[in-house]
Design a protein around this ligand. Structure first.
Ligand SMILES: Nc1ncnc2c1ncn2[C@@H]1O[C@H](COP(=O)(O)OP(=O)(O)OP(=O)(O)O)[C@@H](O)[C@H]1O
Ligand SMILES: [Mg+2]
Length: 213
C-alpha cells in the first residue's frame, strides 16, 4: 500500500497548521488500523516541541523532522501508511516541495480577510501542480471559526472563494482545548472539550467521505 500524504498548509503564519496537524494525526493514529507519522517540515519545530512536551503513556503518533525540502525525498522510506505534514509559514521552497508530494492539501485559514488573501501563494502552488497535470486534492479548512462577525460569516460561507477549490463543510472552532493541547503535548482527545473532538472527527469523516483518505 502506498503512503497517503496529507499536508496542512498556508504561508500565512499562525493560521493553525500545527494545531490541526497534531490533532488530525492523533485522531488517525488512534483509529489503530494504519501507521501514522506526523512530519514536522517546519524548522521552527512546533510539532517536535509538542511531542517533547507529551506526558508518558499517551497514544500519540511519532513525529519525524524533515525540515529541509531535500529531506522530503526520504518520506516514502518511513514505515507509515499515512503521513500528516505540518508545514512552515513563509517558506516557498518547502511549500512547493510539499505540494509536489502531497495527495491532499488542506489550506488552513482563519476567517479574516488577511488570512484569505495570504493564502494566495499556497493556492497558486496547488494550482500550478494541477496545471501541469499533477493530481492533488485540495480544500480550505477554516480554523478558529466564530459566528460573531459579518466578515467571518461571509468567509465561512465560502462566498469569497473565487479560487475554484472547495472548502470543507467542517469548520474548527476557536476553543481553549486546541491551545491547551498544543502547549501540554497532548491532543484534544485527551481533554474534556467534546466539541473540539467532534470537530476533528468530522474533518476526518469528511476527508473519508470524499475518498481523500
Ligand atoms: N482552533 C483553535 N482554537 C484556539 N486556539 C487556536 C486554534 N488554532 C490555533 N490556535 C492557537 O493559535 C496559535 C497558532 O497556532 P499554530 O501554531 O497551530 O499555527 P501555525 O499555522 O502552525 O503557525 P506557524 O505559521 O507559526 O507555524 C497557537 O497559540 C494555537 O494554540
Ligand atoms: Mg506551525
Amino acid at each position: 500500500m502506498s503512503m497517503r500524504v496529507i499536508a496542512l498548509m498556508n504561508e500565512k503564519g499562525g493560521s493553525g497548521k500545527s494545531t490541526l496537524a497534531i490533532n488530525i494525526a492523533t485522531a488517525l493514529h488512534r483509529r489503530g488500523d494504519q501507521r501514522v507519522v506526523l512530519v514536522d517540515a517546519d524548522p521552527q519545530g512546533t510539532a517536535r516541541d509538542w511531542r517533547a512536551a507529551s506526558p508518558e503513556g499517551k497514544e500519540l503518533p511519532p513525529v519525524v523532522a524533515l525540515d529541509r525540502p531535500q529531506m522530503l525525498a526520504s518520506l516514502p522510506t518511513l514505515a507509515a501508511d499515512i503521513a500528516v505534514i505540518d508545514t512552515p509559514a513563509k517558506a516557498e521552497a518547502m511549500a512547493a516541495a510539499v505540494v509536489r508530494i502531497a495527495n491532499v492539501a488542506l489550506v488552513v485559514i482563519q476567517p479574516s480577510g488577511a488570512d484569505v488573501w495570504a493564502s494566495a501563494a499556497t493556492v497558486k502552488l496547488i494550482k500550478s501542480k494541477l496545471d501541469v497535470g499533477g493530481h492533488i486534492d485540495a480544500a480550505f479548512l477554516v480554523n478558529r471559526a466564530s459566528s460573531s462577525t459579518r466578515l467571518s460569516k461571509l468567509i465561512q460561507g465560502g462566498e469569497w472563494n473565487e479560487y475554484g477549490f472547495d472548502q470543507l463543510d467542517t469548520m474548527v472552532g476557536n476553543r481553549t482545548a486546541f491551545a491547551q493541547a498544543l502547549t501540554d503535548g497532548v491532543s484534544v482527545y485527551d481533554l474534556a472539550d467534546g466539541q473540539a473532538k467532534a470537530e476533528i472527527d468530522f474533518v476526518i469523516q469528511e476527508l473519508e467521505g470524499a475518498g481523500w483518505l
